[in-house]
Write a protein that binds this ligand. Structure first.
Ligand code: CA
Length: 229
């Protein structure tokens, strides 16, 4: 899995279009229609870059932009339908890394995202990662995981959960975040479905399952192994 991109866009069609194109380009996409949720996700450092629609229903997009730039300096590619000169100027003042005016070509947007990530130092390099003194190995390019050397037969959802948890070992992921990362869209009210996927994933990991995928009461899950050097 490549870099995580947070897509903040209240237009469902555009949001899903962006997801498809970004995922095809190898990015892991988290998306939301809500500015408030975007602020929450930014606070939890889920993204290497944000694609941000400025015209959001609940919070001023510029507010989200400001938060992204102040909190950990996450690069932002702004989408705007308004095309208003003052928005553009204001956005650039606040540190937007690039601008795309709607209607836009999704292919071009993906190229801009890649260019911004290269310019700002991040480059997606699929890696073969190792955790817990080599007991867990994750091959991002092949979407494969091995436990004690044996290939795990995972469903796409189980793989997605494991890859998300392994992205930042020890970090606690809420059910919302996991389902969003795996399914890619809001699953309000269905967050509990993640529990059954976690249960199956643990089962496949054998006796150590619950220690590899740890429950954090009242919050969600985290990887119980540290990454090997
Ligand atoms: Ca909008």
């Amino acid at each position: 899995m490549g870099h995580s991109v947070l897509v903040v866009e209240d237009d469902t069609e555009i949001r899903e279009l962006l997801r498809r194109y970004l995922e095809r380009a190898g990015f892991a996409v988290v998306s939301t229609a809500s500015g408030a949720q975007a602020l929450d996700l930014l606070g939890r450092h889920v993204a290497a870059l944000v694609v941000l629609d400025l015209g959001l229903p609940d919070v001023d997009g510029l507010e989200v932009l400001r938060a992204a730039r102040s909190d950990g300096q996450v690069p932002v590619v702004v989408l705007t339908a308004r095309g208003a000169v003052e928005d553009r100027i204001r956005g650039l003042e606040l540190g937007a890394d690039d601008y795309v005016t709607k209607p836009f070509s999704p292919t071009e947007l993906v190229l801009r995202v890649q260019a911004v990530l290269q310019r700002t130092g991040g480059r997606a390099e699929p890696a073969d990662l190792s955790y817990g003194d080599g007991r867990l190995r994750i091959d991002e390019a092949r979407h494969e995981a091995r436990w004690d050397g044996a290939l795990l037969d995972l469903t796409p959802t189980e793989w997605g959960v494991l890859a998300a948890l392994a992205a930042v070992p020890g970090r606690v992921y809420s059910r919302y975040e996991l389902i969003n990362r795996v399914r890619g869209y809001e699953f309000a009210g269905y967050e509990r479905t993640i529990d059954s996927h976690v249960k199956n994933l643990r089962h496949k990991l054998g006796a150590d399952g619950p220690r590899v995928v740890r429950t954090v009461q009242g919050v969600g899950y985290r990887l119980g192994l540290s990454r090997d050097r």
